[in-house]
Every structure is written in structure tokens, then in C-alpha cells.
Design a protein around this ligand. Structure first.
Ligand code: ME8
Length: 500
């Protein structure tokens, strides 16, 4: 099966923060999980580089927007490298091929009669790149950024979004367009029922953007340009359309439209669940299969902001705790889909639980296997034993039945319940540590009950093999280290004690 998954393309007005890392890590876990299942995965991330917000940030830095973006791109790529993100392509909206395709798409919308020029007056927030109505403001300011909005009056091109309400509802109801989680889906449906207005898709005052086809005075609204990345990538990165040797071979022949899953936070669900599918329907293109919005997190209870000085740089926490512990902490702390809170202290505490649970189990199991000279079957052989023969397992007199033992997290991962999946994995280690504590192999050794002792340790060894297997999409380096140690029986701390 082809599996095409995307993160948002992040605004390139600053360096990446832990919020961007959150979505990107979640997408990476799914990409790795699907690759492991044998799917032909294409995982896309990238940067959103046009629009007033980027132009403003570039001007502040005294740079041209293109140069400004060029300098920031490596910051994102490095952060993702440090976090072990296995994306297949890094998309930039300043890619000339994308720019051409976006213009073609807008022309198609015009040809099909879904674009109209109108005079528009509204209150604009540059940070959101969005117009607001008077009654949507809080203290006359943008409700999201609490910054002054500016009155804009200009002639714009409008996309006739209002024509798509019923069609969207049908697709959502039939499940052709899946929106998750359920509560957010209901919000979206409510919004479609109450207020689907046409949206402006051009800007007269924004120079840093893709020229609007047929009107050199206007540029294409940055959100139209940005959303289209998901689709244009399927043309740009598909081996079918570009001729080698110009195109490096893509995994699975490149992404195939429509995407299986767009991941993002709730702040931009509206664009992904309404405007984007409507634009695609207008152009008679397939719509994405699923759009999922996770929650927003605060840092130590406060909104993450530069002014508050509480922004967490993913590179800092990776340097402290390693990529895997950060990946684990982000997805283990609160349920995906809900709002939550994160902090460096919370990441540290997850690191310590990993050390005390899985780390400890590995260390003590391997040390005792060596000390008491227990013969363990190699993990590979053991796996086939678990998979193939109930009989063989029962002769080992394992404390739990075969069915208990094969813990599956497919359902959790298919439902994007990362926390539930990780809990299940943790529970295997908790039970296995308890089993060792209960049976006390060191006492069995003293009593010379070598067969019983072997059973306990073989069981723990086998559990660790299962844990490593299940952890792989979440903590690829740790899983690898575990497998190596289980083979070589050379123990080395997975999560060494932290220096204060
Ligand atoms: O919106 N908690 O880019 P952006 C959780 N360029 N997730 C967070 C977060 C937080 N506190 N802060 C940010 C844009 N995120 C557009 C997208 S896509 C066609 C264009 C994550 O840089 C989350 O994924 O503002 C959110 O949706 C995204 O960053 C917004 O990134």
C-alpha cells in the first residue's frame, strides 16, 4: 500500500521550536510504523516561505526574503536530523516548479468559474495572514496573536468557497473525508453549517508571493500557495514526470495524490479541513483521505512565546536527553489530540522513567544472564519461536500465555493514540521487572535452582525483544541498541544517569 503523510510546512520566520517538533515527531512515528508494515511510505515536511509575515521578518533582519529563508532552512533540516526524522523530501514553497504549478492551479480555478474579483475591506493580522471580522477580535486585537490588526481595503480575487458547503458535508458524513479527532470534526461541521463565506485568495499589498495569473498587481494568498505544497509535491517528486538523471530515485516512486494523512495542530484545521478540500473539489482533484488536528501545548502552563522567553529549542533538549527520550516524552506526556503541557522538567522525568523501567530491565537481565551463564536463544530464533509454536513456548513454562505475550500496538497507532501505545510498551517492562523482583533469580542461584532461574531470565530477554520491536518507530536508536545488546549480551546503559 502507498502511504503519503505530511506535516504542515512551517513558516520560516524564525527557528523551529518544540511545537513544530511535536507534529514532526508524530508524523515520523507513523511513517516508520507504516514502513515497518511494508507500506510504500512518502513522508513530506518543509517550509512555508512566502507572504507578509516572512517579508516582515526578513526586513527586520535586514535581509532579502529569499536569502532570509535560505539561511533558515538548514535550521529546520538540522533540527529534524537531530531528532532522527526520516522525511523523504523537504519541501520549500520557493521551489520554482511549485510556483509554476500553483499558478496553473489558480488558473484552473478561474477557468472553472470559482474565482471572482471583488472589493474587500477587512481587518488583517499579519501573523495569522488572515482577515478578521470586528466581532472576532478581542480588545480590538487579533485573538490568536494579541497584536494590532490593520484595516485593509483592496480589490482581491475570491474563491467561491460558499458553493462547497453541502459537498463538504457530504464527504465528511460519508467518511470520504475523515477528520479527527471526533470533537474537532464536530466543530468543523458546525462551522460549515453556520458560516461558509467566500475567501480572498490574492493580496494586492504583498509583494513577496507568487504572481497572480493574469494580474501582475496581485500575488497569490500565501495559504493557497502553502496548502498546494501537498499536491504539487506529488507531481514534482514523482518519478513518472521528471526524467532521470535529474531526479534521484524516490522511495516507492514518489508520493501519490491524494495524501493519506495531513497532520497538524488545531490552529490550522480550518484551512486543511475546509478550504483545502474545497479548492481541490473545485479543480476536480481527489481530496485528502484524512486530516487530523492534535492539540496545542503550553510550556509549564504558559503559552509558548518569545516574549515570555519560554520557547523550547528542540536541539537543546536533544543535546540533553537524546533524540529518543525527547520523542518519547512528547508523545507520552498527554493524549494526542488533546491540549497538554510540556517542560524541560517533564522531559527529564520521562528520561528517568525510561532509565528506571526499560533501561533497568535490559541492564539487569543481560548482567544476570551473563553472571549465571544462562543460554538464551537469539532474538531472531526466539521471535520465530514465539510466532510459530505455542507448543514450544508452553514447554518453557512461561508465566504468561503466548497470546498475552504478543502485544500489539497496531490499533493504537492506526488511531494515532501514541500515548496508549507507549503505555502498553512500558507495561511490558513493568510486568517483566516485577516478575524478576518476585522470583528473585539471585535467590534461585543461591538455592541452585538453575532451571527456574533460566526460565525467568529467558522470559525477560524475550520480553525485551518484543519491547525493542514495538519501540522501533518511536525510539529507533534505542530499539537498535537494545537488539544489539540482546544479541551480544554486552550490557551498556541505555539511558545513562543525567548530569545535573
Ligand atoms: O501554520 N503545540 O505554520 P506554523 C502544538 N505555515 N503544536 C504546535 C505548537 C504548539 N504550541 N506550535 C506550533 C503554519 N505547532 C503554516 C502551515 S501548511 C499548508 C501551512 C505546530 O509555523 C502545529 O503543527 O505556524 C501547528 O499546526 C504548526 O506548528 C503551525 O506552524
Amino acid at each position: 500500500m502507498k502511504y503519503y503523510i505530511t506535516t504542515p510546512i512551517y513558516y520560516i520566520n524564525d527557528i523551529p521550536h518544540i511545537g513544530h517538533a511535536y507534529t514532526t515527531v508524530a508524523a515520523d512515528v507513523l511513517a516508520r510504523y507504516h514502513r515497518k508494515k511494508g507500506d510504500e511510505v512518502f513522508f513530506l515536511t518543509g517550509t512555508d516561505e512566502h507572504g507578509a509575515k516572512i517579508a516582515e521578518a526578513a526586513a527586520k533582519a535586514g535581509k532579502e526574503p529569499q536569502q532570509f529563508a535560505d539561511e533558515l532552512v538548514p535550521k529546520f533540516q538540522d533540527a529534524w536530523k537531530n531528532l532522527n526524522i526520516s522525511y523523504d523530501e523537504f519541501f520549500r514553497t520557493t521551489n520554482p516548479e511549485h510556483e509554476k504549478l500553483v499558478q496553473q492551479f489558480v488558473s484552473t480555478l478561474k477557468e472553472k468559474g470559482f474565482v471572482e474579483k471583488r472589493k474587500y475591506e477587512g481587518l488583517y493580522c499579519v501573523s495569522c495572514e488572515q482577515f478578521y471580522k470586528e466581532n472576532e477580535l478581542e480588545d480590538d486585537k487579533c485573538p490568536v496573536h494579541k497584536r494590532e490588526v490593520t484595516k485593509h481595503s483592496e480589490e482581491n480575487y475570491f474563491f467561491l468557497l460558499s458553493k462547497f458547503g453541502d459537498k463538504l458535508l457530504k464527504k465528511i458524513k460519508s467518511g470520504e473525508l475523515e477528520i479527527g479527532p471526533e470533537t474537532r470534526k464536530n466543530e468543523v461541521v458546525g462551522k460549515i453549517n453556520s458560516e461558509l463565506e467566500d475567501v480572498s485568495i490574492s493580496r494586492a499589498g504583498v509583494k513577496w508571493g507568487i504572481p497572480f495569473p493574469g494580474d501582475p498587481e496581485q500575488t497569490i494568498y500565501v495559504w493557497v500557495d502553502a496548502l498546494l505544497n501537498y499536491y504539487t509535491a506529488s507531481i514534482i517528486y514523482s518519478d513518472k514526470t521528471l526524467t532521470p538523471p535529474l531526479t534521484p530515485p524516490r522511495r516507492g516512486g514518489g508520493p501519490e495524490w491524494p495524501a493519506n494523512l495531513h497532520l497538524m495542530a488545531k490552529d490550522i484545521l480550518w484551512f486543511h479541513a475546509i478550504i483545502w478540500p474545497a479548492m481541490l473539489m473545485a479543480a476536480e482533484l481527489p481530496i485528502p483521505k484524512k486530516v487530523f488536528a492534535h492539540g496545542f501545548f503550553t510550556i509549564n502552563g504558559a503559552k509558548m512565546s518569545k516574549t515570555l522567553g519560554n520557547v523550547i529549542d528542540p536541539n537543546d533538549v536533544v543535546a540533553k536527553f537524546g533524540a529518543d527520550a525527547v520523542r518519547y516524552a512528547l508523545l507520552r506526556e498527554f493524549p494526542f489530540g488533546e491540549d497538554g503541557d510540556i517542560s524541560v522538567e517533564k522531559i527529564a522525568s520521562h528520561y528517568n522513567s525510561l532509565a528506571n523501567n526499560i533501561g533497568n530491565l535490559l541492564q539487569r537481565t543481560i548482567s544476570m544472564i551473563k553472571r549465571y551463564n544462562v543460554t538464551v536463544i537469539s532474538t531472531e530464533a526466539e521471535k520465530s519461536l514465539i510466532d510459530n509454536s505455542v507448543q514450544d513456548l508452553s514447554t518453557l513454562d512461561r508465566p504468561r500465555s503466548r497470546d498475552d505475550k504478543i502485544v500489539k500496538i497496531d490499533q493504537e497507532l492506526d488511531q494515532l493514540d501514541f500515548m496508549g501505545a507507549l503505555k502498553k510498551i512500558d507495561d511490558i517492562a513493568i510486568a517483566s521487572n516485577k516478575d524478576i523482583a518476585d522470583k528473585q533469580p539471585w535467590v534461585l542461584a543461591k538455592e541452585n535452582k538453575m532451571e527456574e532461574l533460566s526460565k525467568v531470565l529467558i522470559e525477560a530477554h524475550s520480553n525485551l525483544g518484543v519491547i525493542a520491536e514495538l519501540l522501533e518507530p518511536f525510539m529507533p536508536e534505542t530499539a537498535e541498541k537494545m537488539k544489539k545488546q540482546l544479541e551480544s549480551l554486552e550490557p551498556e546503559p541505555l539511558f545513562p544517569r543525567l548530569e545535573e
